[in-house]
Structure formats: C-alpha cells, structure tokens
Write a protein of this length. Sequence first.
Lengths: 611, 394
Amino acid sequence: MRPMSTTSSKTPLSHIRNFSIVAHIDHGKSTLADRLIQSTGGLAEREMSEQVLDSMDIERERGITIKAQTVRLHYKANDGETYVLNLIDTPGHVDFAYEVSRSLSACEGSLLVVDASQGVEAQTLANVYQAIDNNHELVTVLNKIDLPAAEPDRIKEQIEEVIGIDASDAVLISAKTGLGIPDVLEAIVTKLPAPKSEGGDAAPLKALLVDSWYDTYLGVMVLVRIIDGTLKKGMTIRMMGTDAKYTIERVGVLTPKMVNMDALGPGEIGFITASIKEVADTRVGDTITEDKRPTDKALPGFKPAQPVVFCGLFPVDAADFEDLRSAMGKLRLNDASFSFEMESSAALGFGFRCGFLGLLHLEIIQERLEREFDLDLIATAPSVVYKLFMTDGTERELHNPADMPDVVKIAEIHEPWIRATILTPDDYLGGILKLCQDRRGIQIELTYVGTRAMLTYDLPLNEVVFDFYDRLKSISKGYASFDYQITEHKEGNLVKMSILVNGEPVDALSMMVHRMAAEKRGREMCEKLKELIPKHMFKIPIQAAIGGNVIARETISALRKDVTAKCYGGDATRKRKLLEKQKAGKKRMRQFGKVEIPQEAFIAALKMGDE
Amino acid sequence: MQTATLTAIGDGMDPGFGVYVHWPFCAAKCPYCDFNSHVRHQPVDQPRFVSAFLKEMEEARELSGPRSVTSIFMGGGTPSLMEPATVDAILQGIARHWHVPNGIEITMEANPSSVEATRFHGYRAAGINRVSLGVQALNDRDLKFLGRLHNVEDALKAIRLAREIFPRMSFDLIYARPNQTVEEWERELKEAVSYAVDHLSLYQLTIEEGTPFYGLHKAGKLIVPDGEQSAVLYEATQDITAAIGMPAYEVSNHARPGAESRHNLTYWRYGDYAGIGPGAHGRLSVGPGKIATATERKPEEWLRLVETYGHGMVEREALDLEAQSDELLLMGLRLKEGVDLARWQSLSGRDPDPEREQFLIDNGFIERLGNSRLRCTPAGMLILDAVVADLACP
C-alpha cells in the first residue's frame, strides 16, 4: 500500500493558488516542479528521485510528461501566511494537447517557463495561447540562467514581441541549481489570483472532473476541482454527463503522496475514489454534483480527444494475440484516448487497428506494450482518418488503406489538414520551406523574431504522420520546433498505393498517397524494401502499383554464394548456434509466398528520407 | 594408390568413431586464422603435455565406453612442432584406452616451415600414415600476405618429402584472395593438382571475427572477392578438380574416390569423436542421446585443470533431438553423398516441409537419392547455408 495519512482542513479561497506550468519540451518544466515540491517540503530529501511527477519509466527516460500530474504544496509566504499551492503538471507534446487544455481549465494561473538561451519555441506558443484562452494570469520564468549562453534580456524582448505579454518582471531562475526558486513561490502567491467561488462552501456541489487514472491498489481515481460547495467522504455523487451515481469512498490530496481528507472545499483540487470500474466510465470535463442536492448548471465540459492517427499492431508470434489483447485492455484502463479494435491482415494474421492522438502517442503505446508486457510487435504504416463520400450519397470513414472500397464507388476522398507552427533559426529556413512545399504545404505566414523565423503552414496530416518531424529535426539540426492543430478535412487527389513483393500484394504495406507524389513515394518504398529484404535463393521483384498499374519496381538479385568454407568437428557447436539463431530469425519474419520479410521492414520502410 | 585397408568409402557410410588431439602451439599466428593456436617464446614442456593428454583420455574413455577407433587426427596449432616421441606417446595412449585396429587412418597436420626429413621419419615410425600440409598458396607474394613462414620452395620440398615418407598425403590451399583473378587461380590450382596425390583441401578465404584480417577488412583495407566473383572462383575449382578425377566430396575437400579423409567423414556423417587437448570438441553418444564436449582453450589453464581435476572439459552439453537433427543436417549436407533422411527424421521427429523441399528441388538446389537420401546439387552447395536454414526450419 502507498503511505497514507489523514488531515482535515478546509483552506479559505484567499489562501489557495491553482497553477500549471507551460513550457516547450526540455525547457525545464519538470525540474522546476521538482524544486517547488522539494523547497516546500512535499517530500523528504530521500524520497526525491529526479522528476518526481513523471512516474512512468518512459516518461523519465524520454524526459517527457505523458499524463498530467498534480501536487499540493504548503508554502509560508513573506506575509507570514501559509498558502496551499496546487500544481498541475502538464504534458508538453502536441499529441497530448488535450491533457494540457483540461488541466489549464482547473487553474487560474500559469508559470510560463522559457529557456533563457533558446527562447520561445513552437510548443511554448501553443501552450501559452491555451493558457491565455483559459483567462490565466501568467508569471514568466526564465530558466537555465546559470548557463553561459543565457541571454535573459534578449529573451524577455522576444517574449514581449512574439507572445505580446509583459515580461519585464520575469523571474530569473535555475531549476537545476535551485537559484530563484523562492522568488517563483512568492510570485505565485502575489501575482496569481486566488480561485473564486460564486456559491461558497454551502452551495450545491459543483466540481470539474479534471482527469482519471487507474491505480493498482485503489482502482479508478478521479482528479477533481471544486467550484462550489463541499465534497465529502460518503456523499452520493452524480456525474451530470453520464448520469452515473457513485458513493465516495475516499477523498484526498496528493502531496504528491496520497493524503486522505474529510472534505474538499471551493477552489481546492484533490482526488476521489468511488468504486468506479473503468477509466472509460469517467468523462473528463464532466461536472460532478451531489445526487440529492444537485447544482442547476453544469460546466461547459471538454471536447473528447479524438484519435487522429491509426495503425495496425500485430504480434510477431501469432500465439501472442490474446496476450496483446489483454495488454491493450490494461493500457486503455489508464488511457482512454487510445482505441483499438480487432483486425485481420492477409499478411500479418490477427491483430488490432489502433487509434492514437499522434505519432508520439503511437510510439509510446507501442513501446509500453513491448516493454511492460514483453510483446514483440509489428506496426503497419500509420494512416490518418479519411472521409469517403460515396457515389450513392453515403459517407464513411477510412482508417485502414487495406479497407479501401472499389474506386468507382467513391465520389470524393477528403483528408485531414493541420495548421502547423514552426520556429527555426533562419539558417535552416530554406530547407524547411522546401520540406513543407514537398509535403503539399500551403504557406500562411512567415514572420521574423530576431534571427528566428516563425512559419505558419497548412499541411495535409497524411504528409506529416510519416517522418515529417524527423526530417524537420534533421534539416534544422534539432533547432526547429514544431506544433500543430487539426483544422479541417479537405478533398484530396488521393489514391491507394499497393506494394507487391514477388508478385503478391502485401496489404500491411499499402498506403494512401497523393496522386502527384505516388511515383516518388513508390520508388522510395521499393528502394527501401530492396535494402531491407535479405537476398533469397531466387530473384524477387518488388513493385509499387496503383490499381493494376505498376508505377515503380526494383529487383532483389538472387543469393549467389553463401556457404561456410571450413566446418569440422570443432565448428559444429558454433554452426548449430548460428542455425538456431537463423531459425528464430525466420520465425520473426513474415512469409509472403516464398519471401521472408523481416519485421523491421514494415516500420523502416515508412521512414523514408527525402535526401 | 594405397591398400584397401586405407580406403574410407566402402564402409557402408558408417559414421565411425574418431579421436582428435589438439596441439595448440604455432611458431607464428597467421592473420586469417581463428583456430585455437598460441605462440610461446619459451620451449613447451612436451612431456608434461603428454601426461595431461593421457590423463584426459581416461576421462574421455569413461564417457565413450569401449569403442573401436576408425581414425585419429592430430590437428592444431602446428602438430608438426611436436617431437616424434610426443606423437608416439600420444598414439600409444590412445591404443591403451580404445581398440585401435591396424591400418586405420592416422593423420597429422604439418607446416612446410617445420618440416625436416628426420622428424617426418619419426612421425611415420610412431604410426602416422597420412599428413595434411598447410601449403596455402603457390606464390611467395600471397604466402607472405597470408602470414606464412614458408616460401614456395619450402612447400614443394615438404610435399616431396611427405609423398616419399607417408602412404597418404593431402595439402591445403586458400583461394579467393584479394584481387585474385579466375585465370590466376586456375593456373595455380592446375599446378597444385600436379603435385597432389589423391586429396586436396581448397578453402575460400574467410574473414573471421577476432583476426587481424577482420580489422583490416572492416577498415576497408582488405577487400575480398564479392559473392559473384567468389562463386565464379568456386565453380572453376569444381571444374578443374573434377576434370582430373579428384572431385569435391565435401564443400572444400576433393579426393580420388576412396581417398577421402576418413576422419573428417566422421564429422560430416555426424559420428562420434573424442576431443583431447586444449580447445578440442567432442561428440559422444551416451545411450540414445549425444553429448557435446569442449575443453579449456588456453593451453596453460587447460594443463592446470587436467592436473588438478583429471580433465580440461569446460562444456558438456546434452544435445536434445532438435539440436542433433540440426547438426546432422548442417554437417551432412556438406557432403556430396548427402544425409540419410530416415536418420534426420528420427531425430527431428518430422519430414522436411514438403512445400519447401519441393521448392528447393524445383529450383535445382537439392535432390533426392532414392527415397532415403537428400543431397545438395552443385548449385545448392554454393548457397548451402541458406539451404540448411530453410530445411532446418520447422
């Protein structure tokens, strides 16, 4: 069991501050959060591990935050009063923008953290605009000022110019060394507003369902922000959106340890448990009220997160199918934004078609399945959601190129577009403009902030899901930052490109492409597969085709010589072990007719360079 | 030609029981060699090694039980660095532990650089009846490149002596050297064939991990013929040896019919063999199963183990049926005679996948010999490792 203790205290509104931290990835958000926890005594020194709030291994390794986390801090301010500070740590990556938005809606203010040498980046912008949309007061924090490259004055100017907020009183800190942390705490109290409550603690309960997650010991836990009224243990609550009723078993706060409370009052943020079976039973953004004395007006709520990228996940070993199903079920307990349904592929057997919020989300889920559940997976080409308008007047969604109906029945195909913001040092601008043009981008805006260019482009999502981000990073040597939001579906001249290996179509490699880009993509695909498929005892033609027309072809020549020259008594063991490895390797390959395709080919074939 | 008692074929393809003795020392290490060989600058205490060899035989005899030996092989390293008395003592030791019929093949490897007539006579007197000479090349430039201590003159002298003194002899050549053209190799091989008696081992140069050549190759400073060129060289080798009546009976071994190496046939027919000495491997049938043994590779450490524990064995693995079926296949398909399918089936518990077998047959890589044997065609032999992997896969 986790350590747990009980405290009872309802804090007056004037002594509460609820805030988030918004920042670009790597600008030091999580380190700052750790420092705040440490300096307010939320955890003993020995309990501090780096980046306390990133609890998953993947989060720590990759230095990213996936799930929003929350922590309640007690801070004795310079005015002698003790304040309750509720911090909601938010993910920085675009794939998890929905987490950011709902976290922000539970707070009144934000710390805007900007790296004092790198300055404003694309995610800084995306996140800060969300904070402004949520009427947040902002405290600007310049981090990493201990680094020799730090230029706080220049960055302040840049913030004022690009974001249009006053940065003159920005707090200068180094989260790494702890420099300036007391100033941050003081600024939270003096510059951020206290929460407001129209009804006060006696009014009918009105609380926002901020988030929910699955805890191995306690089951589904729900993070709530109280707007009006008091939420108590034993109370029967009603979710206004789903109309489901639950009796509250436990009320508490996270420090980040769980601390049980008797009640939570207006302005407070805490958790409840109430025998809720699945995370999917809770709707983030829902309004929680008391069943017998309900509030008359629900909160506006959030738009649910929609999967935008789909791909097939198949077990390498068909016998692992049931294990995969159960692993996915477990992951979904904690991540309702990830969806899956069974799929069967002629090439890969039984697996699942899965929906993700973006490419990073896809990678993370795949990695967690492989790591936490010890599964070997084959992922197929990511696909976006196409809208098909049929000649008979019906409309349908296409998640998988393999399901593409006969083209004569399709009137129009619409594909999702995004509006992308890219910030880059102007040295790389030329390369990035070319990349965007090559990916069918439409330039909306190009402005300069000092020597940094800020580009706004409309791009088809299908051109972005493959390797756009990798390419962008490589063109800009890692200096460009990128963020996007989905805007609309637009008609596109799209075709399904099939890949044939030794004359047989490999459904898992088929993809939707723009007609104009088909030849190039087909050629690249054939070249890549030629590299990835080992030589066989016979010649293997690889073809890319649209309908019956072959648009590109390559040939893998036959194996000419492959025989060990010396093999005597002392070599038998080594040769046998090699053979065992080969046999195991063959098991991991997929057989198409007589051709064995290594599983890496399915993923690597999609990461095609433009070089 | 030798007497009938020395011929290997006509034995009903009996896998046999061989004894292998490893002498782990060389005068110099060749840059392509990944065998267990060591260079020592002080003289090696040969009597001490003899005692250890004899001791280890006791252990091997325990495992093998009483058996009749079909061949003995002294390999290395450079066994011709052994004193004739050392060889004599080892052979006598073998005869004390197992039944050694008269006239069985007893081979010793020798380097042209360490050949002296008196020593050769001594080995012959001790019982060696076949030598295998590491000639490797017939031009001084390539001998130097291969790190050999001898020149062509030494090689020819050694061949002459060996032919005089031993009833049977063979020698090795390494081809597919950097920049070697087919014409050059054909010329060299034809010359070699004129010196040969009835057996030749012709190996393509292989870049082995952990050798000086491996580092050079990786750094791009040593370029070996590519797949196409080495295939052409291989095919030329088959044609020339077949034309003079010494066709390949194994991937790299050529003999007049009846002059095959009895000892090496035991390996490829997946028979039993006891491995004596540092870094030696063995395969011994125990009841219905088979165990794989290997001894410590470092000579001094091996000595210490044998003197302390009575043997230098560091690996002793009971091979399951699948492992045995794999070894049978990967060794057996190296032979022109192929493998006994019934034997493979009884080990693996299955038939070859019929679709895959038919595919390999249709493409001319393998063929059936009656109902009972499966073998590679010449085309299949060129891609043997791929064929084996295909057939071994369930």
